[in-house]
Design a binder for this molecule. Structure first.
Ligand SMILES: [Ca+2]
Ligand SMILES: [Ca+2]
Length: 271
């Protein structure tokens, strides 16, 4: 009998150490250095009603219209509404009509902190597009939170495309003349014929045009292939959401109101 009591006493002594990790008793262990929210820990260790991380988000502008090749930069805010610091992976889910220039990366967001990110996308082909800013707060899990980035891409070529390349200060191309000069000398020395600068220049031009043409053809093909993969039903769904978001116009950084209020920490003593 005495042994039994002793055994129970020992078990009770050890039990709090083994299970102390779950403070609110919701089945999700408290985060620690070795077991973070990213690994699956409780994002609200003192609230039994919630364990998933919650974010408040917003992107500006709420909607964008782009010409082909035109870029837009969204300023997005991501707030950590929980009491625990989080490490999150943030990326952008592309759309067939867009070119995504955002590099996925991990970010640390402490409790109450608001992270600000710049997300740049360019119009690739005509259509209604919906890119998504995705926040992954758990390893090997789907996104904890997504922000829609609705973009309409027109069929027009972006005027800024030409004004960019023909800027007020044309690039210095005198080095090309030197190159052609050297090239014509090299041709004359290494072939049985006499080459003038003009002839050498034509050879260089024809060669470069061939390379540029190949690149253009490849890019056009890859755009075409991507367009072919998209389903018309997806397009209709995206258009409906795009319209809904444009009409509502409430796409500012919005604070999450649905977090259940945290009760006092329950301290259980086993006697
Ligand atoms: Ca818990
Ligand atoms: Ca909890």
């Amino acid at each position: 009998m005495r042994r039994m009591v002793f055994a129970v006493f020992v078990v009770l002594l050890i039990t709090p150490l083994a299970s102390a990790a779950d403070s609110d008793g919701d089945g999700y262990d408290d985060p620690s250095e070795n077991y973070t929210v990213w690994d699956g820990a409780d994002a609200y260790p003192n609230n039994p009603d919630i364990h998933e991380p919650v974010f408040s988000t917003g992107c500006d502008p709420p909607v964008a219209t782009l010409d082909l090749g035109e870029p837009v930069t969204f300023t997005c805010t991501i707030g950590n509404e929980g009491p625990v610091a989080l490490n999150v992976l943030i990326d952008v889910e592309e759309d067939t009509h867009l070119w995504d220039q955002f590099d996925p990366a991990h970010y640390d967001i402490s409790s109450g902190e608001i992270l600000e990110l710049q997300v740049t996308l360019s119009g690739l082909s005509e259509g209604i597009a919906m890119a998504k800013l995705r926040i992954f707060a758990r390893a090997n899990n789907s996104a904890s939170h997504t922000v829609d980035l609705p973009i309409e891409v027109t069929g027009d070529e972006w005027a800024g495309m030409n004004s960019h390349s023909e800027g007020s200060n044309p690039p210095d191309i005198s080095f090309i003349n030197h190159l052609i000069d050297d090239f014509s000398k090299w041709l004359t020395n290494h072939t049985p014929w006499q080459f003038s600068n003009m002839q050498a220049g034509i050879i260089v031009l024809v060669g470069s045009a061939g390379i540029i043409g190949t690149v253009r053809l490849y890019r056009a093909r890859s755009v075409w292939r991507r367009n072919m993969q998209q389903k018309p039903t997806d397009d209709q769904r995206t258009e409906a959401r795009f319209d809904a978001i444009r009409r509502s116009g409430t796409h500012e950084h919005h604070i999450e109101q649905t977090i259940p209020s945290s009760p006092e920490v329950i301290i259980r003593r086993k006697k």
